[in-house]
Design a protein around this ligand. Structure first.
Ligand SMILES: Cc1cc2nc3c(=O)[nH]c(=O)nc-3n(C[C@H](O)[C@H](O)[C@H](O)COP(=O)(O)OP(=O)(O)OC[C@H]3O[C@@H](n4cnc5c(N)ncnc54)[C@H](O)[C@@H]3O)c2cc1C
Length: 502
């Protein structure tokens, strides 16, 4: 009998499996839908190379989902011209390490203010900044600032900032300085240790050019333990609930349906698949679509209030880039951090000869919805981001885009390929929609909160309200938008989960 069955060996799942199996008396089993390689040298080069994201359209290591980033009605107030929906694509890692195996390696912590908001609605202790800081520290080995307050030097994840940024990164940093924005030496600095906004080198989970996701950092060193079993190619289709208690899961491997039983089931399948799994198991809104044929087991607002960071892509050209040209080390070496906005000068070209400055809203007010269209486990969930549905988000993105335009005007030879319209311009929303993309940071499909909170799915101990023996430990649970990329926070949540009483 397995003590803890972890569904999904992704960013959080690998951390949790490694931490729980430190106790030799605790039997841990991981079911991962993607391929499991237990030898780091067997990882394909594309997954190891931190300079690029391995998002090839035919890559076997990705989940892909169509999404409606913004529907016609989302950004409409009163009379307007009909808009076509803005369609997008969401990707996630489908491989041991999950999205940490394919992402941009930006390892930034969320801010103290995010946890003040989280702690307020968690419904119990354990999510204030002081407590989560211990978990962030435990995860990292910060090669640059490990000895500073609030940092760690002995954790599994190496954190480093580019020592020789590419010319484009340096040019954007210089332009930001000329706008009066301070240099932030350490983006992960705790409050009181230097400026909390400004232009900063991106902390990255990279070692000598290699992406170090949680499979490499946490799970592989633990894989030899006799009390840890990791099965790849095992796609869980639903959780089995008997008399209000989760007792096992049904999964498919090699076209065969199997069942695994456990004392405690932890969903670490990521914000999309964890929500889809709960819905397929009958844990969801009382109005679960009738056409799915799924009987309601327990009502819960799964998938109802997710958030993600919308990003506007500003395309520009530069003339000859001055100075010597060290190759870029990661897709994003510098970020201009304005608290609720990130300006992202990508080092990679999405179109040959054209550069992109991303303008991302880090505390959006708009929220999205995920639901099932069918009970078939192979069917993709229907995802609607509902970006730009709040007027405050549209206004703030336009203001930030205007600042980005000003910043680019200060880079010698740079030419923005558009003009940013004033917020009052009749076509300003159309302009935003034409450049709208996603940061791939979807979170909050199974939010944390007290039992009486109509938006809450899990309690402060990460347990699903109303179903015993079932927890969620991944990016599904944050009840507020975190104002940084989620990777480091997914690791932190799993480190916190390993601390919690079982
Ligand atoms: C292309 C891309 C770039 C990104 N860049 C950054 C970045 O630079 N910095 C940053 O902070 N964030 C970034 N993110 C976001 C960040 O990587 C994720 O939010 C975070 O890693 C999610 O962690 P997770 O544990 O919730 O889920 P995941 O890491 O996605 O893990 C989920 C795991 O569960 C498995 N799984 C799913 N369903 C099932 C099932 N039914 N049965 C069995 N297994 C299942 C999956 O295969 C996967 O391994 C990026 C994301 C993407 C996709």
């Amino acid at each position: 009998m397995t003590d803890t069955l972890i569904v999904g060996g992704g960013t959080a799942g690998c951390v949790l499996a490694a931490r729980l199996s430190e106790d030799p008396a605790h039997a841990v089993r991981v079911l991962e839908a993607g391929r499991v390689r237990l030898d780091p040298a067997a990882f394909p080069e594309a997954l190891r190379d931190a300079t690029r994201m391995p998002l090839d359209p035919n890559a076997a290591w990705l989940w892909r989902y169509p999404t409606i980033l913004s529907a016609d009605s989302d950004s409409a107030e009163g009379a307007h011209d009909a808009y076509d929906p803005v369609l997008g694509e969401l990707v996630r890692g489908r491989v041991l390490g999950g999205s940490s195996a394919v992402n941009g390696s930006y390892f930034g912590r969320a801010r103290a203010a995010d946890f003040a908001a989280w702690d307020d609605i968690a419904g119990g202790p354990g999510w204030d900044f002081g407590t989560v800081l211990d978990a962030y520290r435990r995860s990292e080995c910060d090669k640059d600032f490990g000895d500073r307050p609030g940092h760690g030097r002995t954790g599994p994840i190496p954190v480093i900032r580019s020592a020789h940024p590419a010319p484009i990164s340096r040019a954007v940093a210089a332009a930001a300085h000329s706008l009066g924005l301070p240099e932030r030496e350490d983006l992960n600095a705790v409050p009181g240790d230097g400026p909390q906004t400004g232009v900063a080198r991106v902390p990255c989970n990279v070692d000598r050019g290699l992406r170090i996701g949680t499979a490499t950092a946490y799970l592989l060193p633990a894989a030899h333990r006799p009390n840890l079993r990791v099965d790849g190619g095992a796609t869980v289709s639903r959780v089995l609930v008997r008399h209000g208690r989760a007792v096992g899961v049904e999964y498919r491997r090699d076209d065969v349906t199997e069942t695994a039983w456990a004392d405690h089931i932890v969903l670490c399948a990521g914000a999309v698949e964890t929500a889809a799994l709960l819905l397929r198991s009958g844990i969801g809104p009382a109005s679960l679509p009738a056409g799915t044929g799924i009987p309601l087991v327990h009502p819960a607002p799964v998938g109802q209030w997710f958030t993600d960071h919308p990003e506007i892509g500003l395309e520009y050209r530069v003339g000859a880039e001055p100075g010597e040209k060290p190759p870029a080390t990661v897709p994003l070496e510098y970020v201009v951090d304005l608290d609720d906005i990130e300006l992202r000068p990508y080092t990679v070209e999405f179109t040959p000869g054209i550069r992109r400055l991303g303008v991302a809203l880090m505390r959006p007010h708009s929220w999205g919805v995920l639901r099932l269209s069918s009970g078939d486990p192979a069917a993709r969930p229907v995802i609607a981001h509902r970006y730009l549905s709040e007027a405050a988000d549209r206004t703030r993105l336009l203001e930030a885009a205007a600042l980005a335009e000003e910043l680019l005007s200060r880079i010698p030879g740079a030419r923005l390929l558009t003009r940013v319209p004033p917020a009052t311009h009749p076509r300003a929303v159309v302009w935003l929609r034409e450049r709208l993309g996603t940061s791939q940071h979807l979170s909050g499909t199974c939010r944390m909160g007290a039992a009486h909170d109509e938006r809450a799915v899990v309690d402060h101990g990460l347990r699903v309200h109303g179903v015993r023996g079932l927890s969620v430990v991944d990016m599904s649970v944050p009840p507020v938008p975190l104002s940084r990329g989620p990777q480091a926070s997914a690791v932190m949540i799993a480190e916190r989960a390993a601390d919690l009483p079982r």
